[in-house]
Design a protein around this ligand. Structure first.
Ligand SMILES: NC(=O)c1ccc[n+]([C@@H]2O[C@H](COP(=O)([O-])OP(=O)(O)OC[C@H]3O[C@@H](n4cnc5c(N)ncnc54)[C@H](O)[C@@H]3O)[C@@H](O)[C@H]2O)c1
Length: 353
């Protein structure tokens, strides 16, 4: 595997084996400072040892282990991390390393961004979803009162290192989960990539490392043009208005829906709305519908009112109106499109039947 770097707004993203990267040299200025590594239970077991044994500078690092799962991306867990950092005497010039999926990088980035008004943090994503989306772009956050990412910051990582070697221990359903964000990147900006992705039947076996890298580049390029999400960056939320509502709806139930899986269903519904309210052709919609239905189980509640109540808290709303992204065609996405309850209810009814 070769190494490469992309330029995100002020934050380097490096691609390739960590051992061949600039990671050691970026740690050098922290030699006399404190370093903490945040992991969850799974990345503690599968990813941490490689980091601690591979990099001398990390042999004495403070390890902070979070309980795994979206239900733990909450303020109570942040309190515990801030308490540990405070007790261990972390100051503003020390370093936090987030080693995990999107839950770890979102929460760890948020914790770091407000601790003593800002502690440097490095993201090392270990899930497919983290690599192609969550760890890139400077959005941090936690869920609050059942709403997704209700509290958070824009905070630039000191650096992000993407080493697909970490994916060897990722369970196959987590590959499918992360793959949804790659599908999204293709749908909003790259029709050729969409055609390539829909040929894939076995995601872990057939997804090429170069394609993952392409996904990272798409995200980094969009973020670089609009880091604070004033306009264009909103297209990265395609599928997310409805997807986040579904994810919240099933959070803390017996059948939670993983983020990517929820986004896949959200994309199906938002694509259906794109035929009615934008210019997506029926043929392109059918290609989206076919692939999403064959890859993801459609777990959708027959509760339009309940989902709508969750969507009314969406961060992209304006003047109390729900705004979503719609596809003009595959590879071309519109943002700030108004959605009414009636249209949402119809799209939901179609997808359930
Ligand atoms: N900040 C952003 O821009 C952004 C973008 C997209 C998604 N997100 C957020 O990302 C989160 C979803 O990310 P996720 O799917 O990575 O969730 P996650 O971090 O919960 O990881 C999914 C599961 O995979 C496990 N795991 C991760 N790496 C592993 C490895 N190498 N080996 C074995 N197990 C491993 C984790 O322990 C967890 O059980 C959501 O909270 C979502 O809101 C953020």
């Amino acid at each position: 595997m070769h190494t490469a770097s992309f330029s995100e707004q002020l934050s380097p993203i490096e691609w390739g084996p960590l051992l061949n990267s600039t990671f050691s040299s970026i740690l050098a200025p922290f030699a006399l400072r404190k370093i903490a590594i945040i992991v969850d239970e799974n990345t503690h077991d599968h990813c941490l040892e490689f980091l601690i044994t591979g990099f001398e500078a990390l042999s004495e690092a403070e390890v902070i282990m979070l309980p795994a799962g979206e239900e733990n991306k909450v303020l109570g867990v942040c309190f515990q991390v801030w308490e540990t950092l405070t007790e261990a005497g972390f100051g503003r010039h020390d370093l936090l390393i987030n080693l995990g999926g999107g839950m770890v990088t979102d929460l760890g980035g948020f914790v770091a961004s407000v601790y003593k008004r800002g502690l440097a943090f490095i993201n090392i994503p270990t899930s497919l979803l983290g690599m192609v989306d969550a760890a890139v772009g400077g959005k941090t956050g936690i869920d609050f009162a059942a709403y997704k990412n209700q509290i958070g910051t824009f905070a630039t990582a000191h650096a992000t290192y993407i080493d697909t070697g970490f994916l060897h221990t990722l369970p196959s359903h987590e590959w499918t989960n992360g793959f949804a964000e790659l599908l999204k990147h293709a749908l909003i900006s790259d029709a050729a990539l969409w055609e390539e992705l829909i040929q894939i039947e076995n995601i872990p076996l057939e997804l090429r490392s170069e394609t993952i890298q392409q996904g990272v580049q798409i995200k980094a390029k969009i973020v670089a043009q609009d880091p604070m999400e004033r306009g264009l960056r909103k297209i990265l939320n395609f599928g997310h208005t409805i997807g986040h509502a579904l994810e919240s709806y099933y959070l803390n139930t017996a059948t939670p829906l993983a983020h990517g899986h929820a986004v896949a269903i959200g994309m199906l519904l938002e694509a259906r709305l794109s035929v009615e309210q934008a210019t997506l052709s029926k043929t392109e919609f059918q290609s989206i519908e076919k692939y999403i239905k064959q890859t993801y189980q459609l777990q959708i509640p027959n509760n339009a009112e309940g989902l709508w109540a969750l969507m009314l808290q969406d961060k992209k709303n304006m003047n109390g109106e729900v705004r979503i992204c719609l596809l003009a065609e595959i590879g071309n996405c519109l943002f700030d499109q108004k959605l009414t309850f009636g249209d949402f209810k119809d799209a939901l009814a179609h997808s359930i039947s």
